[in-house]
Design a protein around this ligand. Sequence first.
Ligand code: BGC
Length: 403
Amino acid sequence: MLNFPDNFLWGAATAGHQVEGNNINSNWWEMEHAPNTHVAEPSGDAADSYHRYREDIGLLASLGMNCYRFSIEWSRIEPERGVFSRAALDHYRRMIDTCLEFGVEPIVTLMHFTVPRWFQHDGFWRAGDAADLFARYTETALGILTDRVKYVCTINEPNIAAMLAGGEDASNLVAYGLPHPDLQVADALLESHRRSREVLSQVSGIKSGWTVATQAFQPTDEDGSEEMVHKFGYVRDGWYSEAAQGDDFVGVQAYTRNFIGPEGPKKRSDDIETTLTGWEFFPPAAELGIRDVWKRSGQTPVMVTENGIATADDERRIAYTDGALRGIHAAISDGIDVLGYQHWSLLDNYEWAAGYRPTFGLIEWDKETFKRHPKPSAHWFGRVAQANALPDASGASQDEQRS
Ligand code: BGC
């Protein structure tokens, strides 16, 4: 068996806007309903996890997982500038308490791409007071985190957020094409992250960090070079990992790899296996992300806060996850401090501009009744979590998949 460290956190992740439904005060909701939007379909009720969170957390626990990464929505907590909702805070307090009741470690993200409409209209991350506002929101959330939550992710994928802000079509969150990041936004996100961490550090016992979308940039064989990769990749990926130095942990969110040629990202060939988001099926992405972040961040403990694939073929999800976990195990065996693994995603979710077509979930749900149906991968993953180990030959785990 490939054993994982004691107390390894095994779980799945979601984000508020992608599963809760009716997140109407967020900038994304507004964009989904704007005339000429590029978004494939609006988020609507999503998985109605806002009301069904107890069932979702209970299911996660009964499958064998021991942590749940989810986000709290700033736009619900502060629906108008300076106006805070006690009811929304209470809702998230209940979510956290439900995790604890089921023996599940809550891992809370403060900002997972979406911001309140008013924040967008008042200048977004380019506003002079953006970091003050994010620090104030963190302060407000502190009451429900204190004594309950050990791991807080301040900002989800600041590198993707800065690229989206820099791209011509900010709504194109899937197949985002890796535009040049808006460096003013990147700086504001880093300042906001640091201010937020200052607030969180008032509470002993809270560990905080941000989560980086690691891109596993590689040179193309024919005309790429390490220098090109550095030039292209540093502002989109490496800079954010370096900035995590000194944080309590850093999140790695890995899905695929990207080849870089003289003109930027390059398609390798037509015959590679791709997923429903068009990304290469590439299980080593997580291991590469961990190794890169560990090195750049000066050996900051790593949490794999997202990893998974969009597929309608659940056997490929198992194969991908099995491969990813083997790589993660190898990184741990080399001495890298990996705290846990959260699969993306617990539920089939609203995949931003691509709508509901790409299915990342371990659990699917009925569009009309919202009834949850765990996929075979959910059971497989739960068994791995329970064992805190993988069979040491992937063949064995293939047999297990069929059982
Ligand atoms: C994001 C998620 C998204 C996932 C798959 C990450 O970029 O944090 O919100 O659903 O990747 O695209």
